[in-house]
Design a protein around this ligand. Structure first.
Ligand SMILES: Nc1ncnc2c1ncn2[C@@H]1O[C@H](COP(=O)(O)OP(=O)(O)OP(=O)(O)O)[C@@H](O)[C@H]1O
Ligand SMILES: [Mg+2]
Length: 287
């Protein structure tokens, strides 16, 4: 008999359950949010893409940084994890100047305390990746902070450890993605601490929801880049003149199909596994 899973809460995309005292079940739904609003229409298998990709990366980066993965369930959308004491910060690693980092740079010449050379263009590659911490907002948008503010929240030694771990993970994943025609522009990690005090990677990792993936062939710095997966939905929503507040618009079938295809493409390019093979046996991404 399956053991009882106690529902702890719902995120925008995932459902969180406790399995006993020391494990969690993270179940990724097919919900899609754009401009931080959950849309009324789901994208079939999106949760499986996110879960499969996270599991793929967890299996391949364990030697770089310990992570919370215990098991991937055969529904392809549920991860059994070690329950951690999560740090109250997020660690964003940026190899390219996009999103809020670009806006901060344009305004101040710096990003979260990293002073950058003058004259960089939007979406330009940085000479070296930087870590830009953010608070984990209980509600609303996360707020960028600098290293000193992050260290004040978690302790200096712990922050330095998280920063180094985030950079190791980014370097590994960016090289892997680049060899497959995808630029990993930036990505967000959430770390926690296990019972022994070991810094451990938690949450999801290196998915389209936590990262900006760009198609390398279409890369053209000097303006915003189309993101690999969600751009399709964003373009559609913007074409309606929607004001980006709740409720979002329904997605027509062609937009759902197109979006699903983009998520599946990203999965297949990054993992080298056919998505149908993943659906038949999710464990393929762990091998
Ligand atoms: N191993 C873990 N131990 C404890 N908490 C974890 C672990 N892994 C992830 N979490 C937490 O579980 C939650 C995952 O939920 P989810 O990402 O769906 O929602 P959210 O982050 O609250 O909201 P959002 O929709 O903005 O992502 C996060 O709060 C995350 O920090
Ligand atoms: Mg989250």
């Amino acid at each position: 008999m399956p053991e009882a899973a106690v529902h702890l809460g719902s995120g925008k995309v995932r459902e969180l359950y406790a399995l006993g005292d020391d494990r969690l079940l993270l179940v990724a739904s097919d919900r899609i949010s754009t401009f931080d609003v959950i849309l009324p229409t789901e994208v079939p298998d999106k949760g499986r893409v996110l879960t499969g990709l996270s599991a793929f990366w967890f299996a391949r980066t364990r030697e770089l940084v310990p992570n919370h993965l215990l098991a991937l369930r055969d529904d392809g959308r549920s991860l059994e994890c070690r329950r951690l004491e999560m740090l109250p910060i997020e660690c964003v690693v940026r190899g390219y100047l996009a999103g809020s980092a670009w806006r901060d740079y344009e305004r101040t010449g710096a990003v979260c305390g990293h002073r950058l050379p003058a004259g960089l263009r939007e979406a330009e590659r940085l000479r070296q990746p930087i870590v830009t911490p953010a608070t984990k907002a209980e509600s609303g948008h996360d707020e960028n902070i600098d290293a000193a503010a992050a260290a004040a929240r978690v302790g200096r030694a712990r922050y330095e450890q998280a920063e180094a771990a985030a950079l190791r993970l980014y370097a590994f994943a960016a090289a892997h993605a680049e060899a497959r025609g995808i630029i990993l522009a930036d990505t967000k990690f959430e770390f926690g601490v296990d019972g022994e005090g070991t810094l451990t990677l938690g949450d999801e990792a290196l998915t389209p929801d936590s990262s900006r993936f760009w198609e390398a062939d279409a890369y053209a710095p000097g303006g915003p880049q189309a993101s690999y997966d969600k751009q399709f939905v964003r373009d559609y929503c913007e074409s309606l003149g929607w004001d980006k507040t709740h409720p979002g618009p329904d997605l027509p079938p062609a937009v759902v199909t197109g979006t699903r295809a983009r998520y599946v493409d990203a999965f297949e390019l990054l993992t080298g596994c056919a998505f149908d093979a993943y659906l038949a046996d999710p464990q393929v991404v762990l091998r």
